[in-house]
Design a protein around this ligand. Structure first.
Ligand code: ADP
Ligand code: ZN
Length: 925
């Protein structure tokens, strides 16, 4: 008899029917199945090879589920052959094993082909036998729900049914005769001598984890160095000091509690608001050999109970739970009974009514915290104003918590903004630069999502839509297609993205203006989590601004001001001529100290690209004047380019002297120029209608004053990742990863991130030792995947005579051991490395290195003097003139030197020469 305290785990049955392997695994996971017993007569599936024995075994095992083939013991002979040959004995052995599993309370599911259990004689017969043994049987039906065995209608008896009533009663009698303890040899049972059958522990035994964070980082997670703040936060947690960490999306918050979880003797509880997010993390952790479980409302009672047992038994290190689950009295009681060492609150901003995502149940987490006074509390979130930070601390009563606020600068995101002239054409052009890459296109409305997705599909791009107006099943399918790399492009509204952990999102395209920088930042944050370069392009038009303004005007009076100011900041970001990181980070109260970032459109347009744009300015401005200063940019451009649009003709603008005098520039190029005219204050734009008016400065231009500006360069965006690598090998490795992922029914990035594959294709590792040094390769992944990937790399290298390359100790971004990149550069420089060495080691451009060294020099820190003249690409005479000019003007500003030299020595060379100058004249003034 069952009551709430002694819950019995039944034996499950499941038939895959029309279900995909994916769906089957989901159902198995939901019910926390540990062993799948294949009772098909033949472990093959000619019509769907994903169900063939080897593929199925791989898929299951990747999820930590054991596969056992029992065809010949649990009814194989009913499929042709002689029904009486030895079957009784085999069947009995099979049932005995099941009985043993039941006694040990294993979570076992018997699998056959028929989705409906009433259609499978084998499942029926076994079910009835078990029923007779008082072993409860539950069927997991095609919608993942549980049906009681009794509710499964019996199939009509078949004349040739070898499992007739007679046979069944024989079996029961035999059981009564006491052969129940008979143990059949393993090999016979599973069809695989190596496969252990139903061992005594539930999850795999706890691995012995190394004891210091740095070793753990390498061995378990496969990373060389901590990202900024990670180490500090981990230290705080391990020291038992509460902490509040504010780190941007993709910066590696999870590691801050996952790693200490392995070092703390007790359990780490992670509060997480989204079930999908929890499941994703649990899968990824298990993939790295870390025992983790989740408790949430999607588990049925017995799965729930199983999880609870695992927690009680101390076999898990991390427990993810929804706040409402944690607040249940039985869960609170459970947590008090086990040792909880760390309570992590993920997405902690949900606690504050002032945050953008308030969840009332988060407020009550204080009662969880009170019950666990000895657990250290770590609150993490990506966005939090001072107000929200304060709220988090008071709500959790962690007033003394250490605060860690990471930089919001995501260095690997290339930021660009372009005026929107033609959404589809610009989107296609952008995608063209990102062939074979995966990314998200954000639109403002559902309708636009559907339209654009259809347009892209009609142009042959593999893109799927996603928005909240779609039915749940389609939406989930599309999301899954995307996260699993089956469909590279998703066109979506802002509804898409929460809980997407995919690390190889290579681009984010906004075809509409986000309503504020918070949203923009959150959306671009989904790109480049693997630290490889990702491209973010934002298309804007003043129509978008009007639309947003309109929506703001519909809001409550009290909210309008704030919303307007946020829009204002968004416009500041769009229209800036400076590094885009400046206004972006300023918005998050962070000052961007560097001169430029090299990773935005404005920074990569070198100063020497300034050209004389007086003539186009005069044309444009006079066209504005002649059309009466009441039209917007597009109309002016139409007139300049001689458009036959009705709008132009009906106004008689084809008769103006400025009609058709601007054919030398494309519409897009004119847009680009017009933006500069606005920025330079030659024109003002009406904020509501977008119409342009001349300023006093414009009249100065008519009188002959020069205008300097930039011409649009179309092909300046690099599309390759920062680390040079072998593209062909990369494709092969990627295909292999995809095959493994599909077989295991997980997303490809769960196996390895793009970054790991890029490193394989850059360093050509030939041995396990070398493979183990790659980014993202921990001990378990090494064991699981090294052989197959190495096989591909070796073959590839052998065919071409390519040799292994040494991987630099700590390439990539992010300072190791809390040191900044600049400190690392300076250290190597002082030890004698050349600029070439450094560029190769850190995979960065000279200009970045020069910037680091220059800042160090300016800060008065020690730098090894060395000649850099070889790097200044101008004549020796020019070099000497420049050095003399630096001696005269001082090194602080480049512009006076540039002008003194008659603007003949490019800025690029001046940067080098300035550094040469300071390195070799230190102490002399
Ligand atoms: P967040 O939760 O802050 O959005 P995640 O914790 O999901 O970010 O981390 C983003 C990505 O960075 C993940 O793929 C993670 O494995 C990776 N990562 C985390 N820490 C490091 C590190 N020290 N070195 C390299 N990669 C890391
Ligand atoms: Zn920049």
């Amino acid at each position: 008899m069952n009551n709430a305290n002694t819950i019995t785990t039944p034996i499950f049955t499941i038939g895959y029917g029309q279900r995909s392997v994916d769906a089957l695994l989901t159902d198995l996971r939901t019910h926390q199945i540990q062993y799948l017993i294949d009772i098909r007569s033949q472990p093959e599936a000619p019509h769907d090879t994903t169900y063939s024995q080897s593929a199925l075994r791989q898929s299951l095992e990747s999820q930590g589920i054991r596969y056992v083939f029992m065809g010949h013991t649990l009814g194989g002979a009913c499929n042709g052959g002689d029904p009486n040959a030895g079957i009784e004995n085999d069947y009995e052995q099979g049932i005995i094993r099941l009985q043993k599993a039941f006694q040990q309370q294993r979570r076992v599911a018997l699998m056959c082909r028929e989705g409906n259990p009433a259609h499978c004689r084998r499942a029926q017969v076994i079910g009835r036998t078990l029923d007779g043994l008082e072993i409860p049987v539950r069927h997991i039906d095609e919608s993942g729900q549980i049906i009681e065995q009794k509710a499964v209608s019996a199939p009509p008896p078949m004349p040739d049914d070898p499992f007739g009533d007679e046979f069944e009663s024989w079996l029961l009698t035999d059981y009564d005769n006491g052969t129940i303890f008979y143990e059949a040899p393993l090999a016979e049972m599973s069809g695989d001598p190596a496969a252990p059958f139903l061992p005594d522990d539930g999850l795999p035994p706890l691995p012995a984890f190394p004891h210091d964070p740095a070793t753990l980082l390498r061995q378990i997670f496969g990373y060389d160095s901590f990202r900024p703040l990670q180490e500090d936060i981990i230290t705080s947690v391990l020291d038992g000091q509460d902490a509040l960490a504010i780190m941007p999306t993709g910066s590696g918050k999870s590691l801050c509690y996952q790693l200490p979880a392995l070092l703390l003797p007790g359990l780490t509880v992670v509060v997480s608001p989204l079930i999908s997010l929890m499941e994703d993390q649990v899968t990824q952790l298990r993939e790295s050999g870390i025992p983790a479980v989740a408790l949430n409302s999607s588990l049925d009672y017995s799965a729930y109970q199983w999880t609870v047992e695992q927690i009680r038994a101390g076999t898990v290190k991390l427990l993810y739970a929804a706040p409402e689950t944690l607040l249940r009295p039985d869960v609170l009681l459970l947590l008090e009974q086990v040792r909880v060492d760390c309570l992590t609150i993920d997405e902690a901003h949900c606690i504050s009514e002032w945050g953008h995502d308030f969840r009332p149940e988060y407020r009550q987490l204080i009662s969880v915290r009170r019950r666990l006074p000895h657990a250290v509390c770590l609150a993490v979130t990506a966005t939090a104003t001072a107000r929200v930070r304060h709220d988090i601390k008071t709500s959790l009563s962690i007033a003394d918590a250490n605060e860690f606020i990471a930089s919001f600068d995501r260095e690997n995101l290339f930021l660009a903004v372009e005026p929107k002239t033609n959404t589809v054409a610009q989107t296609l052009a952008f995608l063209q630069q990102h062939r074979d890459e995966s990314g998200i296109i954000y639109c403002a409305t559902r309708r636009q999502v559907d339209d654009l997705a259809a347009q892209l599909q009609s142009h042959g791009w593999d893109a799927l839509p996603y928005h909240a107006g779609m039915d749940t099943a389609t939406r989930q399918r599309n999301q899954r297609q995307f996260t699993r790399d089956d469909t590279p492009i998703i066109v979506a509204t802002v509804a898409f993205g929460m809980g997407i952990n995919k690390s190889n999102v290579r681009f984010i395209l906004h075809v509409d203006l986000p309503k504020n920088l918070e949203s923009y930042y959150q959306q671009i944050g989904r790109a480049g989590r693997d630290e490889l370069r990702a491209d973010c392009l934002l298309l804007y038009s003043y129509q978008d601004v009007n639309t947003i303004n309109f929506f703001i005007s519909q809001q409550a009076e009290s909210q309008q001001r704030g919303a307007r100011l946020r829009l204002e900041a968004m416009l500041g970001f769009i229209e800036t001529n400076e590094c885009r990181r400046r206004p972006l980070l300023a918005y998050f109260n962070e000052t961007f100290a560097a001169d430029g970032c090299e990773m935005c459109d404005n920074c990569t347009t070198a100063p020497e690209a300034l050209v004389d744009i007086t003539i186009p300015a005069q044309k444009f401005l006079s066209c504005v004047k002649r059309t009466g200063e009441i039209f917007g940019t597009n109309h002016i451009i139409d007139v300049l380019r001689g458009s036959r649009a009705t709008r132009v003709l009906s106004q008689g603008h084809d008769r103006l002297s400025t009609y058709n005098i601007g054919g030398e520039f494309s519409k897009k190029e004119w847009q680009y120029l017009a933006r500069q005219f606005i920025q330079q204050g030659l024109l003002v734009q009406d904020p509501t209608y977008g119409s342009l008016k001349l300023t006093a400065k414009a009249y100065a231009v008519f009188r002959g004053e020069n205008v300097e500006g930039m011409m649009m360069e179309t092909a300046r965006r690099e599309t390759t990742a920062a680390l040079p690598h072998d593209a062909e090998l990369f494709q092969r490795l990627r295909a292999h990863r995809k095959a493994l992922a599909d077989a295991a029914n997980v997303a490809p990035y769960v196996i390895f991130s793009d970054r790991t594959l890029v490193e394989m294709a850059a360093y050509y590792p030939q041995s396990n030792q070398r493979f183990a040094t790659l980014y993202g390769v921990g001990a378990l992944k090494l064991e699981k995947y090294a052989d197959s990937f190495l096989g591909i790399i070796r073959t590839y290298c052998a065919e071409r005579g390519i040799e292994e390359k040494r991987r630099p100790a700590a390439p990539g971004s992010g300072g190791g051991n809390g040191r900044s990149r600049r400190q690392e550069v300076v250290e190597m420089w002082n030890e004698g490395s050349s600029l070439d060495d450094l560029a190769a080691h850190f995979q960065v451009k000279f200009s970045t290195l020069l910037d680091h060294l220059w800042k160090t020099a300016r800060a008065g820190e020690t730098l090894r003097p060395d000649s850099l003249l070889a790097y200044a690409d101008v004549s020796a005479a020019d070099q000497q003139r420049a050095l003399a000019a630096f001696a005269a003007h001082g090194p602080d500003f480049l512009r006076p030197v540039y002008e003194t030299l008659g603007e003949t020595v490019p800025y690029e060379a001046l940067h080098v020469l300035r550094l040469h100058h300071v390195l070799n004249n230190r102490g002399n003034g």
